[in-house]
Design a binder for this molecule. Structure first.
Ligand code: ADP
Ligand code: MG
Length: 569
């Protein structure tokens, strides 16, 4: 391993040379207090910045084991250290100093969630962090002295500030860790209490704006649980906490327009992840297998059995093995449900705002006018109970527009000026007073859950030239030459998750033989287990620091929307 003083003289020597000479930096460098790995050097100042990795021995970083002794704590600590690096970059580095990305230190972007990430990881032996660094140049000539300042003075300062325990705000570290561990424990209590979600008293659910995930600062009404749905759960760090428990079964969220129904549902959707202190939803938790369902017209569908909901299409299309390049509102919603059930969903979250009306309801008058034989769709209304009874899958529905659902609901929550009121009794009373004239159309049973075997060789992650191509954005994932539309997949928390999904799919494509012939469900379980045990590394071609772990449902969502996907059976 070369010594950092040698790095100084090398950089001085490279000064003024062509950019490509930076390649000589690749490899490991011993600094007095850490090791620097130059994993990848960018081709020119405008290319994706270089990838550097620092490894600080734990004797130096000095983080007590208590802070990473279990998984939620370790994940929270790593997440916090990443945020610390991001916070210190503008304070201890000079930034732009030359052409392109010259001079810039950066870490991956992150949001309100505490996620398992690849940017920072902590072991008993050391703390390691991946930085992206624009090696400086004027035009294409190496600025060696600037580079020396960046790597020999700014970098050590950054490491010292952000990764040494003695320099961290201990209160903030504890808070971050406690928040994550407590949320995790709350979520674990849901199943044994037969709840699907929990919303703590005092939680702030509304967001700053439609494009920001930060809490609404002004005029936010804190959450008040209705007494009849109040439960108290335990937290290991901050003691018991009271909140609204949503029971398993069928739950409706009703109420007037603009009263906070969709806001509650969105908070529940995000409750599958842990949130940072101050988010407002720290103690809003939902079962990990809760998935948002919506209509998604225009999407691709590959051989999904949607016959539970749709049969006898006018053109004779097979709905047991339903494929289309251009689904309608209702067929897309049916496919979305069947796919997430296949992937193992236990809770469905649906909002009338984003549902196909004819998929949700079909009232008595319509039944009178359009006979069952002429209507391919069995509305969700007729399937929501069999779904729970046969498969144990609960539903939470925002339904301000149809009282027909009172009949099938176990629990009805009314949002009244952002305050939830338990109106289950009232709704049941109305059901008794105004009996339903419509005929149930769903039959006795829900129907079978699909068990497809994907042809993993139909995933093409490489460009025609053979280059692995994974590009993630807020709306889409590009894999090879295919673009997967993810704009209507709501539970992707951050772009780094999308990127990880891309590499996971690429891995499945390249290791098709390992999973060949196995049902999608098993493949997803294997991927999830691997992430749980080994993290994301096994799926990556190199040490990338810009990924965050996705859930299996979002991996499945991307695969299901990949237009080249084919099935084995
Ligand atoms: P609905 O789905 O019932 O029509 P939304 O959930 O879309 O209503 O909420 C309507 C508006 O009220 C949104 O701008 C939302 O941010 C805001 N809002 C929601 N909950 C709260 C709250 N607890 N405090 C303050 N504003 C809220
Ligand atoms: Mg709404």
């Amino acid at each position: 391993m070369r010594d950092y003083r040698e790095l100084g003289s090398l950089l001085r020597r490279l000064n003024g040379k062509g950019y490509g000479a930076y390649r000589e930096l690749e490899g490991a460098w011993r600094f007095p207090e850490f090791i620097l790995f130059v994993d990848h050097v960018q081709g020119d100042p405008f290319a994706t910045p270089s990838r550097l990795r620092v490894r600080v021995p734990m004797e130096v970083a000095g983080i007590p084991r208590d802070f990473y002794r279990n998984k939620p704590r370790k994940t929270a600590l790593e997440d916090l250290l990443l945020r610390e690096i991001a916070r210190w970059v503008p304070k201890v580095t000079k930034g732009g100093r030359g052409s392109g990305h010259s001079g810039r230190f950066a870490v991956v972007d992150f949001g309100q969630c505490i996620l398992h990430r690849t940017a920072v990881w902590v072991t008993e032996g050391y703390v390691e962090a991946i930085l992206s660094v624009g090696l400086p140049a004027a035009g294409r000539r190496i600025l060696g002295h600037e580079a020396a300042e960046m790597l020999l003075s700014e970098l050590p300062a950054l490491v010292r500030r952000a990764l040494y325990f003695q320099n961290l705000d201990k209160v903030a570290v504890r808070e971050h860790m406690a928040c994550s561990e407590d949320a995790e424990t709350l979520r674990e209590q849901l199943a044994e209490r037969r709840l699907v979600a929990f919303v703590a008293e005092g939680a702030i659910l509304p967001r700053e704006s439609g494009v920001s995930d930060r809490p609404l600062r002004e005029g936010a009404v804190p959450f008040v649980p209705p007494p009849s749905l109040s439960v108290t759960l335990e937290r290991p760090n901050r003691g018991p906490i009271r909140g609204m428990g949503i029971p398993e079964g069928v739950t409706l969220i009703v109420g007037g327009g603009y009263h906070g129904k969709s806001t509650l549902l969105s908070a529940l959707a995000q409750g599958v992840y842990n949130h940072i202190p101050g988010d407002g939803r720290e103690y809003v938790v939902t079962r990990r297998e809760a998935v948002v369902i919506r209509a998604e017209d225009g999407r691709f569908v590959c051989g999904v059995d949607i016959s539970a909901f749709i049969s006898n299409l006018p053109d004779g299309t097979d709905t047991v093995n339903f494929s289309t390049q251009n689904a309608s509102g209702s067929t897309s919603q049916a496919a979305n449900i069947m796919e997430v059930l296949e992937a193992g969903a236990k809770v469905l979250l649906m909002d009338e705002d984003t549902s196909a009306t004819n998929f949700m309801i079909r009232d008595a008058r319509m039944q009178e006018l359009v006979a069952k034989e002429k209507e391919p769709i069995t509305p969700f209304l007729d399937k929501v109970r069999p779904l729970y009874r046969d498969h144990g899958v609960s539903s939470i529905l925002v339904m301000g527009g149809s009282g027909d659902y009172f009949e099938v609901a176990d629990c009805v929550i009314m949002m009244d000026a952002y305050r939830p009121v338990d109106v289950t009794g009232k709704a049941k009373e109305i059901v008794r007073r105004y009996p339903l004239k419509r005929r149930p159309e769903g039959g006795e049973r829900f129907g079978r859950i699909p068990r497809r075997v994907p042809d993993l060789f139909s995933i093409r992650a490489r460009s025609p030239k053979g280059k692995l191509k994974v590009r993630a954005s807020k709306m889409a994932l590009q894999l090879g030459n295919s673009v997967i539309d993810l704009s209507r997949v709501h539970q992707i928390a951050e772009v780094p998750q999308t990127r990880a999904i891309g590499y996971i799919l690429a891995y499945l494509a390249e290791n098709g033989r390992r999973f060949s012939g196995r049902p999608l469900r098993e493949i997803l379980e294997a991927v999830e287990r691997e992430i749980d045990e080994e993290g994301l590394w096994p799926f990556l071609p190199a040490r990338y620091g810009d990924l965050a772990a996705p859930r299996r449902f979002e991996v499945a969502a991307a695969l299901n929307r990949l237009r080249t996907l084919r099935l084995r059976y």
